[in-house]
Design a binder for this molecule. Structure first.
Ligand SMILES: [Zn+2]
Length: 334
C-alpha cells in the first residue's frame, strides 16, 4: 500500500486492546505524509518528518477520539471543513479516527456522507476492536486490516529484550497479556516503577492476583470434591484483587476475567496433545498435565461449556458465591 501513489480512501484497523492499532495508524499516516517514504515507512530525515518528530503534530493530520466516551457530530463536521482546504505541506490530509465504534449515530452518518463524497486528497484511518461494531455502510467503504494477537513466546521475547525484570515475572506478564504487546509493555513499565508509586503498586497487586489464580487452577488436577467450596472461595478472593486497577474493573468484571483465564487453562489442557499447539500457560505444563490425566478430554470439553455458562451468569445478575461454588463442584466431580 505504501508504494502505491496514493493511500486508500479509508483504512480500518481492527484488533483487541493493546495489540498496536493506534501505533500502526500513526506509523502509516507518518509514512504517507512523508514525501520520501519507502515500503519501510517514513524516512525520518526530510523536513516533514523532522517537524513531525519535533512537535508530534502535523498540519495535515487530525486525530479524533471519544470525548469522553463518544465521538460527536460536531467533531466530524469540523474535520470535514478542515479537509476542504488543500494539504499544507504533505501530498494528503489524514484523519485518524480512534475507536470508531464510539461514533454516535449522528456522527456515524456524517462520516458516511464524507466517505461517500470525499474531498480530494482526504483520507481516513479508523481503528476499532472489531469490524462488526461499525455500520455496514461504513465498513463497505473501508479497506480492512486485522491485527492478530502475538504468541506468548513472542511477547516474552520482546519483554526480555526491553525490560530488566525477573524472568518469572516476564513469563507471567506474557502469559496474561493475551498476545497484546501494548498491554504487556504498559504492565512491565508499571512494574519497573517503585512499588511505593500508585501505578507500580496496582501492577504488583494485579500480578499477585494472577499468580494466585494460577495456584487455584493448578489445584484442580489433584483437589478432592470436599475442597470445592474452599477453591471457589480462593478463586473469588483472587478475583477480588483484580477489581479496580487501570481498567477500573467492577466486581463482576473481575470475576468474569478470572473465569476467562480458567477457560484458557482448560483450552491449554486440551491442546497439550498437539505438538504444534501454543499454550497460553506454557510454564505450567506440569499442572496442566495433571488435569489432563485426571479428566478425559470429553469431560474437559463439557467443563469448558460449564465455565462459559458460569461466566455468562456472572455477567448477568447471578449470585457470585452460588455460581462459583456450583462451578467448582461441577469441575471436581469424578
Ligand atoms: Zn520523511
Amino acid at each position: 500500500m505504501l508504494l502505491r501513489p496514493s493511500p486508500p480512501q479509508a483504512l480500518l484497523i481492527v484488533g483487541m486492546t493493546g495489540v498496536g492499532k493506534r501505533t500502526l495508524a500513526r506509523s502509516l499516516a507518518a509514512a504517507w505524509l512523508c514525501p520520501e517514504r519507502t515500503h519501510g515507512g517514513h524516512c525520518q530525515r526530510c523536513a516533514v518528518c523532522q517537524k513531525w518528530s519535533e512537535t508530534g503534530e502535523h498540519p495535515d493530520l487530525r486525530v479524533l477520539k471519544p470525548d469522553p466516551d463518544q465521538i460527536k457530530i460536531d467533531a466530524v463536521r469540523e474535520t470535514r471543513q478542515w479537509a476542504n482546504f488543500a494539504p499544507a505541506i504533505a501530498p494528503f490530509r489524514f484523519v485518524i479516527l480512534e475507536e470508531a465504534h464510539r461514533l454516535n449515530p449522528a456522527a456515524a452518518n456524517a462520516l458516511l456522507k464524507t466517505l461517500e463524497e470525499p474531498p480530494p486528497r482526504y483520507h481516513f484511518i479508523l481503528t476499532a476492536p472489531a469490524s462488526d461494531l461499525l455500520l455496514q455502510t461504513i465498513l463497505s467503504r473501508c479497506r480492512i486490516v486485522r491485527l492478530g494477537a502475538l504468541t506468548t513466546e513472542g511477547v516474552y521475547q520482546h519483554l526480555r529484550a526491553c525490560f530488566d525484570l525477573p524472568d518469572a515475572m516476564l513469563q507471567t506478564i506474557a502469559e496474561f497479556s493475551e498476545g497484546a504487546i501494548g498491554r504487556a509493555i504498559r504492565w512491565a513499565q508499571a512494574l519497573q516503577t517503585p512499588e511505593s508509586e500508585s501505578k507500580g503498586k496496582s501492577a504488583h497487586n494485579e500480578l499477585d492476583a494472577l499468580q494466585k489464580l494460577l495456584q487455584v487452577f493448578a489445584r484442580l488436577g489433584t483437589a478432592s470434591l470436599e475442597e470445592a467450596l474452599r477453591l471457589a472461595y480462593d478463586f473469588r478472593e483472587a478475583c477480588r484483587a483484580l477489581e479496580g486497577g487501570a481498567e477500573d474493573r467492577s466486581p463482576r468484571a473481575a470475576l468474569a476475567l478470572g473465569l476467562e483465564y480458567l477457560i484458557q487453562w482448560y483450552r491449554d489442557s486440551l491442546a497439550l496433545n498437539y505438538p504444534d499447539a501454543r499454550l497460553r500457560f506454557a510454564s505450567h505444563r506440569q499442572e496442566l498435565n495433571m488435569l489432563a490425566r485426571r479428566f478425559a478430554p470429553a469431560e474437559r470439553m463439557r467443563d469448558l461449556q460449564t465455565i462459559t455458562e458460569a461466566r455468562r451468569a456472572i455477567l448477568g445478575n447471578a449470585n457470585a458465591q452460588i455460581v462459583t461454588e456450583h462451578l467448582f463442584i461441577q469441575l471436581l466431580r469424578v
